[in-house]
Each structure stands twice: as structure tokens, then as C-alpha cells.
Design a binder for this molecule. Structure first.
Ligand code: NAD
Length: 255
């Protein structure tokens, strides 16, 4: 049985009215979808990426509540400039979505140290720098919400995923440490663990019947809805937690 696709956006609810967010990896895929959703919910959004032309296009499409900035998540100076820009243009920083990542697949025995370092720098050092650099601005704002995008690959290994899996396990670990240290400032930190999504990273629209409960890969908007909930005050008692959103894939196989 194929489950129906839910999670479509219906009406504006202004869940994020008055909030300012930075979303990395926002030029395409889940990051772009999250930026559109956040803006529809009343947030002002800084879209950050290294792919400038598509990022500027998404920001233009969103309109005056969005701004694109070039931010390579591996560079601390880029982080500091982007956070200063958010405060200068929009007055504050309330939400950080650490979404940018690369895949870098390869068998362990074929993976060079350079390959490994590159994935770890983007997927693991990136969120570390983002959280660290965002703390002063979030404290000035009186609190905040950090959403770190991990993956089902942060819960189990898979063949050819030595770099990616290592980085996604690390994201879950640093999320918990940050939650322990930042709760006192009313800064909540959570991890989202998506299963396969229809994006550039796993664009396989042909996969429609899979042997797990919902039997299909997700639309990015379905995951963006969870990020919205974690960014908003609706999740005010959640911190340090993993939020799995995988269509039941890790519940087991059917058939
Ligand atoms: P995507 O490849 O479509 O988009 C990733 C974005 O990150 C791109 O715009 C890219 O330019 C940007 N990026 C790469 N390196 C960067 C850097 N150094 N600095 C700034 N930006 C950089 O990927 P997606 O599918 O939208 O994935 C979004 C998140 O979801 C990632 O964290 C990914 O690991 C996670 N995820 C994806 C899937 C999936 O099936 N697509 C499954 C589980 C988790």
C-alpha cells in the first residue's frame, strides 16, 4: 500500500512572526524549501550557501523578507560576517538551521584522507562553527533555536558512507553537548534525522514503492515542516533530542 503524500502547505499561520533565521545550504533542496516555508510563516530569512546564483534566485523569489549571503560553512570568518549581516539587516538572530552538507561516498579502502577531511569539514565542522558563532547573537536575542540536520545515517552505517555517516553521528553528539550548555540561555538545540528525500542529494523520483511503512521517499516540505516546528515556540520543551523523520524506514522492513 502506498501512503498518501501529506505535509503540503495550506495556510499562513505566522508561527515565526518577528523571528530571524539563518539557513545554510539554502540554494536548493531542503534548505531552499525551509527558507520558503519560514518566510511564509513570518520569519525574515538569511539564505546562506556557496552556490550564489541559485541562492540569489530563491531569495528574490521569496521577496523582501529574504536575503542571500555567500557563506562557506567551513570558514569561521564567513559565519561571523553572515551573523553580523542578520543582526544589521534584520535586527536579531533567533533560529539557525545547520543544513548544508555534502555526500562524498566511497568504500573505506578507497577513501583518501583528503576525501574524508572534506566531508567532515562541511558536515561536521560547519555545524560546530555555526553553533559556536551564533551563541552571542542568540543570547542578545534572549534565546533561540538551533536545528542541526543529521540523517538516518546518524543512526546506522551503510556501505560507502564512511565519511558521511561519521559526520552525521557527530552532528547528533554535538547537538546534545550544545543543548546541555545552552539551555541556561533559553537556546534549544535539536537534531533532525531525515530518511531519503526528493532533492539533488537523492533525487530519485522513480522510487515510489519501498518496503517500509510509508513506501516512498519524502518531499523536502515534509521535513521542512518538522524544522519549522522545532524553530517555533511550539517545541518549547524540546532540546537535545533526535527527531527521526523517515517514513518508518527504521521501524523495519515490510514483506
Ligand atoms: P542538496 O545537495 O540538495 O543541498 C545541499 C546544499 O548545501 C547545496 O545548496 C550546497 O551548495 C550546500 N553546500 C555544500 N557545501 C557547502 C558549504 N561548504 N557551505 C555552504 N553550503 C554548502 O542536499 P539536501 O538533500 O537538500 O540535503 C539537506 C540536508 O539534509 C543535508 O544536511 C543532508 O545531509 C540531509 N539529508 C538529506 C537526505 C536526502 O535524501 N536528500 C537524507 C537525509 C539527510
Amino acid at each position: 500500500m502506498k501512503a498518501s503524500i501529506v505535509g503540503e502547505y495550506t495556510a499562513m499561520a505566522n508561527e515565526l512572526e518577528g523571528k530571524v533565521a539563518i539557513i545554510t545550504g539554502a540554494s536548493q533542496g531542503l534548505g531552499a524549501e525551509t527558507a520558503r516555508l519560514f518566510a511564509r510563516e513570518g520569519a525574515r530569512v538569511l539564505l546562506a550557501d556557496v552556490l550564489d546564483t541559485p541562492g540569489e534566485r530563491v531569495a528574490d523569489e521569496i521577496g523582501e523578507h529574504a536575503l542571500y549571503v555567500h557563506l562557506d560553512v567551513t570558514r569561521e570568518e564567513d559565519w561571523l560576517a553572515a551573523i553580523a549581516r542578520a543582526e544589521h539587516e534584520f535586527g536579531r538572530l533567533d533560529i539557525l538551521v545547520n543544513n548544508a552538507a555534502i555526500l562524498g561516498l566511497g568504500l573505506l579502502e578507497d577513501t583518501s584522507l583528503e576525501d574524508y577531511d572534506q566531508v567532515i569539514r562541511v558536515n561536521q565542522v560547519g555545524p560546530f562553527l555555526g553553533m559556536k558563532c551564533a551563541i552571542p547573537a542568540m543570547r542578545r536575542a534572549g534565546g533561540g533555536s538551533i536545528v542541526n540536520i543529521s540523517s538516518v545515517a546518524g543512526l546506522h552505517g551503510y556501505e560507502t558512507g564512511v565519511c558521511y555517516t561519521s559526520s552525521k553521528f557527530a552532528v547528533r553528539g554535538m547537538t546534545k553537548v550544545a543543548a546541555l550548555e545552552l539551555g541556561q540561555y533559553d537556546i534549544r538545540v535539536n537534531a533532525v534525522l531525515p530518511g531519503a528525500m526528493q532533492t539533488g542529494m537523492a533525487a530519485d523520483d522513480d522510487i515510489t514503492e519501498l518496503p517500509f511503512p510509508l513506501g516512498r521517499i519524502s518531499k523536502p516540505l515534509e521535513v521542512a515542516n518538522l524544522i519549522l516546528w522545532l524553530g517555533s515556540q511550539k517545541s518549547s520543551y524540546c532540546t537535545g533530542a533526535d527527531f527521526l523523520i523517515d517514513g518508518g524506514a527504521l521501524a523495519g522492513l515490510i514483506g
